[in-house]
Design a protein. Sequence first.
Length: 256
Amino acid sequence: MRKKLQYLLSTTDLKPEESKIYLLLLKLNSATIQQLSAQSGISEMSTYRAVKRLQERDMVEAQQLNKKQSIYQPLSLQKLIQRINHKQKKLARLANSLKDIDPLLPYLDLNEELEDSIEIKEGLDSFREEYLKLPRIAKDEFICMGSMEQYWAVNGWDLDAPEEASFIRQRMHKGVYARVANIRSEQSEYFHSRDSLEKRTTKIKDDIPMINNYFTITENQSNLFICNKENPRVIITKQPELLNLQKAQFSELWKK
């Protein structure tokens, strides 16, 4: 069992001395540096360094006994498992975010003195906020492509949701016209039937480049809404070269 535990701990990048000290702490429940050194056969200086590295990994906690000495307690294996699972979820969210930005890398502005022209905002609040501000930042036209239903599904909305009704009212009040290329569905057929009342032209397609996400373009920025319920996020682009390319691609799609 000891060898198996040491092997498993080594896969978390723990050094042999660190694994040995951590397992000894699990056995003793608590100990000082001197006690750990005596029972492990590792010098006090090496024991101290191993314990400090374990503390940095949140695997060991310290309590002050006096001005010169502390006693150390290990994180239980169950708590360690919980920490590992939490970190795995964070890494999974990071991986999901990174896989969507490859096409944007050539357009990143590396001049730190200028505002970044490509930004990623994560979380449901940003996912909603960036959408709801579109009527305010659009000047004459608002264009979009993809699946409005997927966006609504993440939010728990539909066309008659109060937030969507407010969105349409603001757009109409400013006189901002909308062009929509949406994947075919019952919902898209429904809002297409209301086009003339809401200053909108909807084209419904069975096959468009984005069927699971939602993409919007105003005069000065585009928003790619990644409609993932586990990790909703929006990629905001204000890079002129990329924005012009996106507008041209939408125009080609619209003509077809």
